[in-house]
Structure formats: structure tokens, C-alpha cells
Design a protein. Structure first.
Length: 265
């Protein structure tokens, strides 16, 4: 479905069911350079088990128009305007990587309007390696290869796709390349400039789950635990033999962790 946010058409997948703002809502927020398809399996399950789902393409990503918003704080404020445009008063927030930073900041802003929070591949800060940043700005194809290599655990890079016949690295490369040139660089700049993760975590009031990949080198579990320790009673889940792209590498285990966190509406 398309939603006008700030006068800009924004695409949100609804998991194959019509969006109904009267039902409990969950918003899925993708990572840098990606789109709503990152949560394909997970968003569809929740849509068919009592939730109204918005798996959004952030501005300037995927099917959404506009230009990328250049800061995590700006994107968190945008989530609040997205909710207003969709007629949603309260929502659970699920975010991965950059999307986890957005979800964390949005939950802090929303207070009681954030009902639950699930953060995948999160860290208290997300500085981008200078070489990766430079590649994103001047040689995006190289950046896509670097990001894919660092995001996937070894098994996923060597034929470990849960669906036989599909190439996980190729799928990640294609997803990153689908966005306009410069999108990944803008997202990286927003991540690198983000410094308020710990303060946002301390302000979260809703139940939260931190989902970590045991082999994640981009947001290692030790970094995610810095966030978990600041959110009261945050639940912690570690997925074994899994890297940063847990929704692709371990889709069923990721879904199980989200079900245990959010449950059926």
C-alpha cells in the first residue's frame, strides 16, 4: 500500500492482508541500503496472526519516493509521522541494523505509544569503516560486495541459503543495487553520525528484545549487550552460526524470536 507522509508517497508492505489501523500494529524498519523485503517472512507471519503490518520502504528506498533522510533522529521523527498518516496511535517496532537504531530512537520518542520493541543487529553506536564509506560514495558496486561479505556469516556465503537453489550473497547484492546511487552512502553517513543510542535505550519504557547473530562482525553481540543492559528487563536472544543478516541466514529462528517477543495479537 502507499501512504502519504509529508506529502511523499511511501510504500509499505502489509504482509498480504489489508491494513486495519483498528488492530494492533507492528512496523518493520529495514537497514541501510535495503527495503521492506528484508522482513518478507517475518512480516507476513504477523499479518496472518492478528497484527496490522507496515513493512516500510524508508524515504528514497525501494518503492518509496522522496530522498533519504540524513539522520537517525530525523528518521525516528519520521516514524511518528508515518504512524499519524496511517491512523496508528500505538505500534510495536521491529528494526534491523540502521532500522534498529531508528526503532530505538522512535521508541524513546513515543513513550507509551511504543508497545513493544525488537532490535536485530543493533549496537550503541554504528560507525562505518572508512574504506566502506569511501566505496559507498565513489564505487557503490564495490561497497555492495564489501557489505555483503561482512554481513553474512561464512556458511551463508558458501551455499548456506535455507531455500535450496538460491544464492544468498547474490540476493543481498541485488537488493543493495536496487536502490538509487548514493542511497547507501547517505544511510552510512546517518549511522556514523548517530551518538545517542545509549540515551535512547535508557528512555525506553516498553518491553524489548535484543536479537543477536553470534557471528555478527558488523554489530557484534558485545555491542548489542550495551543496549540490552540499559533497557530494563530486556530479553536477549543469540542466534548461533548467524551473522548480521539474520533474517536471511536464519529466517525461521529470527521469526521464532520475534514471535516469542511480540506474540500473537
Amino acid at each position: 500500500m502507499m501512504i502519504l507522509v509529508d506529502g511523499v508517497p511511501i510504500y509499505a508492505a502489509t504482509g498480504g492482508r489489508p491494513f486495519d489501523p483498528a488492530r494492533p500494529a507492528v512496523i518493520f524498519l529495514h537497514g541501510a541500503g535495503m527495503d521492506h523485503t528484508a522482513f518478507g517472512l517475518q512480516s507476513r507471519w504477523f499479518a496472518w496472526h492478528g497484527w496490522s503490518v507496515l513493512a516500510v520502504d524508508l524515504p528514497g528506498h525501494g518503492r518509496s519516493e522522496g530522498t533519504p533522510i540524513g539522520s537517525i533522529a530525523g528518521l525516528a521523527a519520521w516514524v511518528e509521522r508515518l504512524m499519524a498518516a496511517a491512523g496508528v496511535e500505538k505500534a510495536a517496532l521491529v528494526g534491523h541494523s540502521m532500522g534498529a537504531a531508528i526503532a530505538l530512537e522512535a521508541a524513546a520518542r513515543l513513550g507509551g505509544r511504543a508497545t513493544q520493541l525488537a532490535l536485530l543487529g543493533v549496537a550503541a553506536a554504528m560507525p562505518v569503516h572508512p574504506e566502506l564509506m569511501a566505496a559507498a560514495e565513489s564505487d557503490p558496486a564495490r561497497a555492495y560486495k564489501m557489505m555483503t561479505g561482512w554481513s553474512l556469516a561464512h556458511g551463508a556465503r558458501t551455499g548456506g541459503n535455507p531455500t535450496p537453489g538460491l544464492w544468498m550473497s547474490g540476493g543481498t547484492l541485488a537488493l543493495l543495487a536496487a536502490n538509487a546511487r548514493g542511497t547507501l552512502a547517505k544511510d552510512f553517513a546517518a549511522c556514523s553520525a548517530w551518538t545517542t543510542g545509549k540515551a535512547a535505550a535508557a528512555a525506553v519504557k516498553c518491553p524489548a528484545t535484543i536479537i543477536m547473530g553470534a557471528l555478527d562482525v558488523m554489530t557484534p553481540p558485545r555491542s548489542a549487550l550495551e543496549i540490552a543492559e540499559l533497557i530494563p528487563a530486556a530479553r536477549r536472544v543469540t542466534l548461533p552460526a548467524t551473522g548480521h543478516m539474520m533474517m536471511y541466514e536464519a529466517p525461521d529462528a529470527t521469526l521464532d524470536a520475534l514471535i516469542a517477543s511480540l506474540g500473537r495479537a
